[in-house]
Ligand binder design. Structure first.
Ligand SMILES: [Zn+2]
Length: 562
């Protein structure tokens, strides 16, 4: 008997040891996914020398820094990028092929998170929900596997960023409508008390009349242009040079342009961070004995980048201010959830194209510029006229162009008995010959198996039948889809728009710099692997195994006598 007891005791000790041994890391109490809207990877390098130790630098040094993470789709904009991050899928599966697309049935543009069946909670505006998103996210699977005990909260200035990170089963996604954070009846019928309290705190309006000052040392301004560059946009009362007043166009009182000005400055991210902290405290995220998920998308970087361009003083200042925001977030999580108890991910939804005028000023004879999409449509319309004659009176062959998708008019094709594929081929050939256009593909091309080039592969990932146009074209590098002569944008499949940070940080993560090929589509499967949650429905990305601390393969060794 005695001997048996002893054996059992040994066995139990051995078993306990083996369990402890097979779980070398603590389960994260909180997963925090941070997306910085419009943040190319190169900012981590170019401005890295001026970072403090507690923000980006902490994630890069103590976490895993994937230096080779690019989106593999063609449409590098906010909706599609955020839809990838926690689903591990691209638009060809999740349906979010653009911030908006053209619907042939209703002859109207569809916004990626619009929902006529939903209403705004806590403010005004059109209904919003993830109804157009197809599939599931890491948060959705986390909610299901936890029996809905895990909480998922998503926060941003932009509705599409918050909603597409949050997924279908989020407790709520919150975004800003002027002075308030709001949500949708899709999630809840009333704002929680902590959010209501935040909205009446006056914080959002407290920045009125403040100046955005220049603070960066000379070392942080390497690679930046003069402050008063003529290609900079001076909208919403900010002007082109520091200090930028945060008042909006009316200097005397708060109007809605004040809220636009606020989001064109670092103060915009400060407000989102404050609301995210209120959410952690209010919902006790990461403090309830179950793994929760907090998603935060900081949007002010995008607004500043569009207006001033990636080589501006403003983007340098904005990036350093964001470094402080990240440091503030991590310090807060150390205190509330506990250092080592949370798993943090930092990425971006897309990068940005250089301002064409900046490239032209520095590269004589460069191919770069602004493309008026109207001129491409006109060229394609002329080609169709030449091939098939005039369309029915009062109509056109082409019904719509939006975000590189050209849609033919079905009624015109039917009336003139013109084959859709034949017409699409004519459009693609005409578009491809337009100045500044790299290539054009028809629906037929994109529905065929295989791809003739890497470019076509990317376009295929941004193609969703029923939402995409008849022809998709891609601009050449350094051409942007924008009129005027100031500011810049993003959206093409080139690395300045596609190459983003991918930082993982937490006790499950093996610190290091990783040069292996990666993509933001790898984030969701990696989070699934670490937490043991089922992969999102259609995930294409891989588990970033090289950055995960390995679990021992032979736990049986620790059991004596076996
Ligand atoms: Zn943008």
């Amino acid at each position: 008997m005695k001997r048996q007891h002893l054996l059992s005791a040994f066995f139990l000790i051995g078993l306990a040891a083996s369990i402890a041994w097979t779980q070398p890391f603590k389960e994260p109490r909180l997963v925090v996914v941070v997306s910085i809207d419009q943040f190319p990877f190169e900012y981590l390098v170019r401005f890295g020398g001026a970072f403090g130790t507690g923000g980006f630098r902490r994630l890069m040094t103590d976490g895993a820094n994937f230096t080779n993470a690019s989106y593999k789709h063609a449409m590098n904009t906010t909706g599609p990028g955020h839809a990838v991050i926690l689903s591990g899928t691209y638009g060809n599966q999740n349906g979010i092929i653009g911030n908006s697309w053209y619907d042939r049935a209703t002859h109207a543009s569809v916004y990626c998170v619009e929902d006529k069946h939903a209403a705004i909670v806590g403010g005004q505006g059109a209904g919003r929900s993830p109804a157009n998103f197809v599939g599931s996210t890491f948060g959705d699977e986390l909610r299901i596997v936890s029996g809905f005990r895990a909480k998922v909260v998503s926060v941003s200035y932009k509705d599409r960023a918050a909603i597409l990170l949050g997924g279908y089963l989020a407790d709520a996604a919150y975004w800003m409508a002027d002075s308030c954070f709001v949500t949708s009846t899709f999630y809840t019928d009333s704002l929680p008390t902590w959010a209501q309290r935040f909205n009446v705190s006056g914080l959002v309006n407290s920045y009125f009349g403040r100046n955005w000052e220049q603070r960066a040392q000379a070392s942080a301004l390497v690679g930046t242009d003069i402050d008063d560059a003529t290609y900079e946009e001076s909208g919403n009362g900010l002007g082109r040079v520091f200090p930028h007043p945060i008042t909006g166009r009316n200097r005397d009182r708060i109007t809605s342009s004040y809220y636009s000005a606020l989001q064109a400055s670092p103060f915009g991210n400060d407000v989102v961070l404050a609301f995210a902290k209120a959410a952690v405290n209010g919902e006790q995220l990461g403090q309830r004995g179950v793994t929760d998920l907090l998603c935060i998308s900081f949007s002010a970087n995008d607004v500043v980048g569009h207006a001033f361009g990636p080589y501006s003083r403003e983007v340098a200042e904005m990036t350093l201010a964001t470094d402080s925001v990240i440091a503030g977030l991590l310090t807060f999580l150390d205190a509330s959830v506990g250092a080592g108890n949370y798993l943090a991910v930092l990425t971006s939804d897309h990068g940005v194209a250089p301002v064409p005028e900046y490239i032209l000023a520095h590269r004589k004879g460069a191919e770069a510029g602004r493309i008026a999409t109207d001129s491409i449509v006109a060229r394609c319309e002329r080609a169709l006229l030449f091939a098939f004659g005039p369309p029915p009176a009062g109509s056109t062959w082409i019904e719509n162009e939006s975000d590189r998708n050209i849609t033919l008019r079905t009624s015109a094709l039917a009336a003139r008995r013109v084959d859709r594929n034949a017409a699409a081929r004519i459009v693609a050939e005409a578009a491809a010959r337009a100045p500044g256009v790299a290539a054009a593909f028809t629906q037929d091309d994109l529905q065929r198996g295989g791809a003739s080039s890497l470019l076509e592969e990317k376009v295929k990932r941004s193609f969703y039948p029923g939402r995409s146009g008849d022809v998709f074209y891609v601009l050449k590098p350094y051409y942007i889809d924008a009129g005027g002569s100031t500011g810049t944008t993003h959206g093409e499949p080139y690395d300045y728009s596609a190459h983003v940070p991918l930082l993982l940080y937490g006790s499950a993560i093996a610190p290091g710099t990783y040069y292996s090929e990666a993509s933001p589509a790898d984030i969701a499967p990696t989070l699934s692997a670490v937490t043991g949650v089922e992969f999102p429905a259609g995930r294409e990305g891989r588990v970033l195994v090289e950055a995960l601390k390995q679990i021992s393969a032979a736990p049986a060794k620790s059991v004596p006598g076996h």
